[in-house]
Design a protein around this ligand. Sequence first.
Ligand code: PLP
Length: 834
Amino acid sequence: MSTNQFVTSKPKLSIIQLPDQGMTKKDFIDDFKQYYIHLLGRDERCRSPFYAGEALSLAIRDRLMERWKITHHTYKNNDCKRVFYLSMEFLMGRTLSNAMLNLGVSDVATQAMYDLGIDIEELIDSEPDAGLGNGGLGRLAACFIDSCATLQLPAIGYGLRYEYGMFTQTISNGEQLEKPDHWLRHGNVWEIERLEYSHRIKFGGYSRIQEDASGRQQFCWMDTHDVLAVPFDTPVPGYRNGTVNSLRLWKAVATEEFNFDEFNAGDYPEAVAAKTTAENITMVLYPNDANENGKELRLRQQYFLASASLQDVTTHWASLHGEDFCHFAEKSCFQLNDTHPCIAIAELMRLLMDVHSLTWDAAWAITRSTMAYTNHTLLPEALEKWPVKMMQRLLPRLMDIIFEINARFLTEVSMRWPGDSERLRRMSIIEEGPQQQVRMAYLAIVGSFSVNGVAALHSRLLQQDLFRDFHELWPHKFNNKTNGVTPRRWLAACNPELASLLTETIGDSWITDLSQLKKLEPYAEDAQFRQRWRDLKKAAKQRLIDFKKQQHNIDLNVDALFDVQVKRIHEYKRQLLNVLHVIYLYNRIKKGDTENWLARCVLIGGKAAPGYRMAKKIIKLIKNVAQVINSDPEIGAKLALIFLPDYRVSAMEKICPGADLSEQISTAGKEASGTGNMKFMMNGALTIGTLDGANIEIREEVGDENFFLFGLTEEQIATRRDHYDPVAIINQDDELQQVIYLLESGHFNQFEPGIFDDILVSIKSPHDPWMTIADFRSFVDAQKRVEDAYQDKDRWTKMSILNCANSGKFSTDRTITEYNRDIWKLKPQPVKPK
Ligand SMILES: *Cc1c(COP(=O)(O)O)cnc(C)c1O
């Protein structure tokens, strides 16, 4: 038998006609029973929501299969250009409800389950989240592939199939505990393993030059320790259009030969240990958002993703076109989600030269016209650098290539700016110093034809500050693509009641053309419509209270203002500023300053990176302040502070419909875009925010009168920084002084002396990078404007309607249309159902 026993030379298999599964209620009931009773072997009388969910998922998956195959053949037959979206993270969340929505079978499936006496919500809620990401960056990748499928663009998502996703967060004694998230424990019905498309990934060894028979110099990478990359494919259905794209996630598996050598040497335990080392590569997601730590395993993960994905693309190309790569660049584009997969630039050079025998110049021309890089952060601590030593040891051939890319690049720079050695030092891909490092962002810029930021302000700052030299050299490479979120998951699926009202009012075209929401604007003046809008928001708040009650035993007041900040815990996102405001409100109640008081419920949620001490302290502070406030009878219903544990995609689907106020309060110039802000806006929450990231564009769309702006601008932050004196600001503001006094006197940590000292030191420091104190008064004033607006019900409801009506820009359908127009240039490929 040949090495690849799975692939037949003639496509005989495609002749097999599968019955097209029916879409009636009876069809679903029949299939559900078949799977539940026969395949899963469960008892009809003793129902488990989890297995019932699996049975329904299998029935839904069947209906995706034929469409998946037809989509694949359509792309193949049309020989169309494709985009490959490379991302270390895909924060997919749950699949079932989204698949039903996009297939157009939500109602019929709900009815079918109802007839069987099953509440479909229970099944939906029993599915574990696919939490293969940290936050915004990973969720963006998930929204992007949804929009690509809906726009019928031939796109493949490439990522890693981590055995353990983002950790589960629990809180004990006010502190975050991390529990491993073994999301695959019960299997995953949505993925299909495709052993036949496995690839071999090299690590270690050494590289050297050999002459082949014709005297040509050939690079060899030898004595490597190889690992197999095995793909698992998940279907990505477009919205009711027959398209089903793929998300291909790689799993690391030990090669047989590797173990075999060790067995021969008689080292059985070493062989098993080596297997574990190989398989460790995709064992766990690194739980750090916006900061890097130079761990070798992380570099292994990055190369594993890049090499597996590029081999997949280039071997597929060679299987169709042989070694002729002349037209490869016309038919392929790689979008790199941050620098994490950017080693792909050197890897494509290696594959084209060492495997497919192209010259440097030919390979470089292809690389530079197929790679596109998206930057996600301006924070210096988040810019990836890898020690040259580590790369030489782990990826020697890749390091050779990076040195060569750099040498040629620096020649280009010195021709443009002769004699400017300072500039050469600044722009070099290799940072000199006690230990040489590879600046991955610079490699990304040099090796790609497009560099984009993720919101207008962010892209401008990239060009003016972080990548200024590169922008001067290649202004045409730089562009902006403001982020978005998919309106299928973040409105249609997560808020079906609001979705029905929208469809009843303006038709259903908003689901694939979110700018249609603009048609809602006149209804802001319709009192009857406003009443319905209010009723829906109240029902969504009640559902959020019920969701909360499952874990917590606290009763929230549905008429209070629901003031929500959910996102990763990070100093730049300034959860501390939110807490200072809560303490300020608490202090006012204690002083009796409560005339015209508005009841407020402040909800904060988010995970801290396990090694980020300050972020963990912030969680502890929130919990301690909550403890004091929520148990004080004098405070009563006037104010509540709740920490929402284990913030994740499925939690956000319950949280964003029930929010009145969305907190987007980062230090200006620090949040690249934000996408939580967009989910809240779509669901009719009003934003209190700084002029940062996409907040600026949200305010532009909705109008200043429907947005609560506060805080210093990015320019003001930059100029104030030199003479920032938070202690002086505190001394001049009585109320702020009282807030700081409560903290310093240990009011919230009576039996835990000193635990918040480092927080106090950081916010009182003239070097506080986040300048929390500088924005306190402005934030409090904006919160007063929020209260005034909320107390005028009609005014608030109008503003809420207008926020939803003007959220059209923030659909990833718009974002992806721009990526395609400016960068990818793919033709949509409509899929004709049989
Ligand atoms: C949308 C989303 C984020 C991003 O939120 P930001 O407020 O933009 O930081 C993070 N995590 C989850 C689970 C999300 O759904």
